[in-house]
Write a protein that binds this ligand. Structure first.
Ligand code: PLP
Length: 482
């Protein structure tokens, strides 16, 4: 993807691909959106896709696939053992990451299950730059504890730090000194930190982490699920890497790690998961768990067609046009929203555009689920489905009190190569309209609150008639328009 300057001054990210398979979308009228969000209990996870125009819930398993990927899927070798398809994946991993042992799993969290069972013991610690929901859960279920050592800027809502996903290596060394290296199961680095806005880490930071780990004999496990975006940020924001190819940067990263794993629902634009390493000892520890939980070593719970697609998808990820598309579209959306005064997380990261609901709706208290209310309002305003990342995603404590999230965010994910720029402009317009009418937006209260994972299945209702008023205002402002 390149940034192209127009003769008349505008500068836009231009799509360097053409669309050859399309899927029809429907944009339902605001009256239907009002009914649909009520039917979904104001939980965007529960909306029916027929009522959704732009599905910005997630980037997982929904990135566009290429003609080459679809063609490769037809060539898949379905043999139970010794599949030629798996051999292709091994060769590709070896080529890109320089790791010779490759283990398949059905998705990212399945890799985390295997790695955690192999390395985490009760009482051990896993330092991380930042946790991801499933990665933390697998450490904890095996008796370990997570220590987040993100740099201080990492959780600042607005900042101009180019690498907010970096780890504080001083804190890492101090933590290892304090507990002893034998208490550290491994150090986990997440590229493109999912839960704090897809913010990247730098190659220099990883090198520094390696130095600390080598001093104490600790291994590095690298979660590469969001690597594509991070490659773009390293190439464009880290001066020492500006003349390196995406392939060279990928290899430089890989050479600083001991074990790499990823969700191929994100990296590689398909569905599945992969673990790789050069350590025979680590490989042997994990191998039997793959056969126990996933399947034989040459498919690991994945369809061989998906394995073909991953092999091609990884190759295509080594292309600057490919890795820059998501971040440049996200940057466009963030900057256009910021120009209109909408509070967004800056600088723009990967994964999606993150709206700061506390600044958007300062009059809606966290007790009324600020981010969830904003996610429902964004749907009403434009048929746009985002994801709540705030208090609704937390769990109550043992006494039943709310634990308020540090940030109340609405994440609008940007699946790679899926949306056109006019769709992104539409989203910007409707969110800007909503911002100008923010005083109309009110809070939510639970009507059905599951004990576990309430953000998936919980249902809420508006605390007042605000949604009908917002829909009426939409009609008044937009006339017959959808
Ligand atoms: C999505 C994700 C995972 C989990 O992968 P799944 O394929 O959804 O199981 C792990 N780590 C990160 C950083 C992710 O974004």
């Amino acid at each position: 993807m390149s940034i192209v300057n127009f003769y008349q001054g505008e500068s836009i990210p231009l799509e360097l691909h053409k669309v050859r398979i399309v899927q029809k979308l429907s944009l339902v009228p605001v009256e239907r959106r009002l009914a649909a969000i009520a039917e979904a209990g104001n939980n965007t996870f529960l909306l029916k896709n027929n009522d959704v125009f732009l599905d910005m819930l997630t980037d997982s398993g929904v990135n566009a696939m290429s003609d080459r990927q679809l063609a490769a899927m037809m060539e898949a070798d379905d043999s139970y053992a010794g599949s030629a398809t798996f051999t292709k994946l091994e060769a590709r991993i070896n080529d890109i990451f320089g790791k010779k042992y490759v283990l398949p799993a059905h998705q990212g969290r399945a890799c985390e299950n295997i790695i955690s069972q192999a390395f985490v013991r009760p009482g051990t610690i896993v330092p991380m730059n930042y946790h991801f929901t499933t990665s933390k859960a697998h450490v904890v279920i095996n008796g370990g504890a997570v220590e987040e050592l993100i740099i201080d800027e990492g959780t600042a809502v607005t900042s101009d730090h180019p690498f907010k996903g970096n780890m504080d290596t001083g804190k890492l060394a101090a933590l290892i000194e304090q507990h002893g290296a034998d208490k550290i199961a491994f150090v986990r680095i997440e590229t493109g930190t999912n839960l704090i806005g897809g913010q990247p880490h730098s190659l220099a930071n990883l090198r520094e982490i390696r130095r600390v780990c080598d001093r104490y004999g600790v291994i590095i496990v690298f979660d590469a699920s969001l690597l594509a975006d991070n490659l773009h940020f390293i190439k464009t924001r880290e001066p020492e890497c500006k003349d390196m190819t995406i392939r060279q940067i990928s290899r430089a990263i890989a050479d600083l790690t001991d074990i790499i794993y990823f969700s191929a629902r994100k990296l590689g634009c398909a569905r599945g998961g992969v673990i790789c390493t050069n350590s025979e000892e680590a490989y042997l520890k994990m191998r039997e768990l793959v056969t126990l939980y996933e399947g034989f070593l040459t498919y690991g719970g994945m369809s061989v067609r998906e394995i073909e697609a991953i092999a091609v998808g990884l190759d295509e990820t080594m292309d600057e046009d490919m890795v820059s598309q998501g971040p440049q579209f996200i940057a466009f959306m963030v900057e256009e929203l910021a120009k209109r005064g909408v509070p967004v997380i800056t600088p723009p990261g990967g994964l999606g555009c993150h709206i700061d609901a506390r600044r958007f709706l300062p009059h809606v208290p966290q007790q009324q689920y600020t981010a969830a209310a904003l996610a429902a309002a964004v749907y009403l305003a434009g048929g746009i489905r985002g994801m709540e990342r705030g208090t609704m995603s937390e769990a109550r404590d043992e006494q039943g009190n709310e634990t308020f999230a540090k940030m109340e965010l609405v994440r609008l994910a940007m699946p790679r190569r899926v949306f056109t720029l006019s769709q992104v402009k539409y989203a910007v317009d409707r969110i800007a309209w909503l911002y100008d009418n923010r005083a109309l937006v009110g809070g939510l209260a639970f009507t059905e609150e599951p004990k576990l994972l309430r953000f998936f299945f919980g249902k809420l209702a508006p605390v007042s008639g605000w949604q009908a008023e917002l829909a009426a205002k939409f009609r008044q402002d937009f006339g017959e328009s959808l």
